[in-house]
Ligand binder design. Structure first.
Ligand code: ADP
Length: 483
């Protein structure tokens, strides 16, 4: 996949996700708004119903009280309008004829009606005059308000705790529910005037708020949470995929570089060997023993070089396939290192350099695969030679010592070209090579340190590197020792 394709996919997916999230958020906002509106309407309706119920209650009470006073009067026979019914003589019904009786009965009823109307007017007047004079605590006591309010809220589908207070015109609290908080946000309080016929100066209001209102509103959009979670999971998976795609892309680029490198590395010895073979066909060459000697040395050297390259690629591919089967055995690290250092002495001296070994570890026995352990030390020493400086002789120090935690530390230090911090972080990655620019024409596959790292990890050890550009590098390995 091309890099531009990955980028395009990323942008399209990012826009899609942004759109999806936007729609979800908008939908949720709309839901919350609707739910709040619905709640507000319900609360307002309940408060209005409460106010009406209180007024009706008061009227009923007045009527009952007044009737108690008036009722005995109704049945008092001295009242003229009642005489009509009370003194009605049924014997006359037979004597004086039907019409007369009916008209006298109607007259009595009319008089009674007028009297009752007068009484009611009186009651209403009393309500108007007297009721607003009564203290609000009497007209709407806390228990009644609470029970009416609860019922009305329930009728409107609001079954959550509420706090209320009765306040006067100036906002002073007359009484309140036990947990009513005066500092509650004004916007969350619902207010309703009580006894709306009262004169303005004696007007009272009820304030109600719902402490759990937000929870109640949000509970209605709970079902959106899984949608959000799925979107989030999708987003994470998408990001992960993109990262993998980029990584894969980089890896494939590195692999291409590796193949180019390898071809180049193999081509040189092959062409040298083939040239030597052609020379052997020449009669004059065959007759000269020195020439023959020279050609055989060239073939030998180039074959060795080829074998070394093949070995390196093999080392890594072996680990790529599966976990290597290591032939672990007790090995004296000091001995192995001393042997490798000996082999390397010639190579280092060829470049005018020096190699020192300070093998101080008193407990040098490690449980490793000798072949791989040798390869590891060999790779590190080989790099030290490869990445030496031209302007000063190579100084290579190899040391071992025991650490207190049953481990052995092996350090390989050079005074070579060194590396930048950014490169230092990546040198143990497969195929990673520091671009050495034109300063060094060193060829490699970027596999050596990856192999070293993998091997040491496999052996339950650690490896880290310290380096300073133009000063040198130090590779520090620690391995568990066998007591
Ligand atoms: P290769 O040597 O084949 O490129 P390695 O994995 O052995 O691959 O090394 C990775 C990179 O680390 C090298 O390209 C080199 O730039 C850098 N490097 C390794 N060892 C040293 C060293 N001793 N001094 C400076 N640079 C080093």
């Amino acid at each position: 996949m091309k890099k531009s394709t990955i980028w395009m996919l990323t942008i399209v997916m990012a826009l899609t996700f942004a759109g999806l999230l936007y729609v979800q958020v908008m939908y949720m906002e709309e839901m919350i708004k609707m739910r709040e509106q619905h709640f507000s309407e319900g609360a307002k309706r309940s408060l209005y119903a409460l106010s009406t119920a209180l007024e009706q209650n008061e009227t009923k009470k007045f009527l009952e009280e007044d009737m108690m006073v008036i009722e005995p009067e109704i049945f008092d026979s001295s009242q003229p309008q009642l005489q009509g019914i009370e003194s009605y003589d049924f014997n006359n019904f037979r004597n004086n004829g039907l019409d007369d009786k009916i008209s006298s009965y109607q007259k009595a009823l009319k008089e009674q009606y007028l009297y009752q109307k007068g009484l009611l007017n009186e009651v209403i007047l009393t309500i108007l005059n007297q009721s607003s004079n009564r203290p609000i605590t009497e007209r709407a006591d806390s228990a009644t308000v609470k029970s009416y309010l609860k019922t009305e809220l329930e009728n409107n589908g609001i079954v959550i705790p509420f706090e209320y207070a009765i306040i006067d015109r100036n906002g002073n609290i007359v009484y309140k529910s036990s947990s009513y908080n005066e500092n509650t946000n004004k916007k969350t309080i619902f207010t309703q005037a009580l006894f709306s016929n009262d004169p303005d100066s004696r007007r009272h209001y009820i304030n109600v708020y719902f402490p759990d209102k937000n929870k109640y509103i949000f509970s209605s959009i709970k079902f959106m949470i899984p949608a959000f979670a799925f979107t989030l999971i999708l987003l994470i998976i998408f990001l992960w995929t993109i990262i993998l795609a980029f990584r894969q892309k980089k890896l494939s680029e590195m692999k291409n570089d590796f193949i180019n490198n390898m071809t180049h590395e193999f081509k040189t010895p092959i062409s040298t060997i083939s040239l030597a073979a052609q020379m052997l066909n020449d009669d004059s060459v065959r007759k000269s023993p020195t020439m023959m000697q020279h050609i055989s040395t060239v073939i030998n050297d180039e074959t060795k070089r080829l074998r070394f390259q093949v070995e390196k690629v093999l080392q890594m591919s072996m680990f790529d396939r599966q976990k290597a089967t290591l032939k672990l055995q007790e090995v004296d690290a000091n001995n192995v290192i001393a042997n490798i250092v000996n082999t390397f002495k010639l190579k280092v001296e060829k470049y005018g350099g020096r190699i020192n070994a300070t093998l101080d570890a008193e407990d040098p026995i490690v449980n490793v695969d000798e072949m791989h352990f040798t390869n590891v030390i060999f790779n590190l020493l080989d790099n030290a030679v490869k990445y030496r400086r031209d302007d000063c002789p190579l100084e290579l120090n190899v040391a071992t010592r025991n650490l207190p935690n049953n481990r052995i530390e092996i350090t390989i230090q050079d005074n070579g070209i060194g590396m930048k911090k950014d490169d230092l972080k990546k040198i143990f990655e497969k195929f990673y090579r520091v671009s050495t620019g034109n300063r060094h024409d060193v060829k490699g596959f970027g596999l050596g340190l990856a192999y070293v790292h993998k091997m040491i990890t496999e052996l339950k050890g650690d490896i880290r590197a310290e380096s300073e550009i133009n000063k040198g590098s130090k590779f520090i390995i620690t391995l568990p020792i066998n007591n």
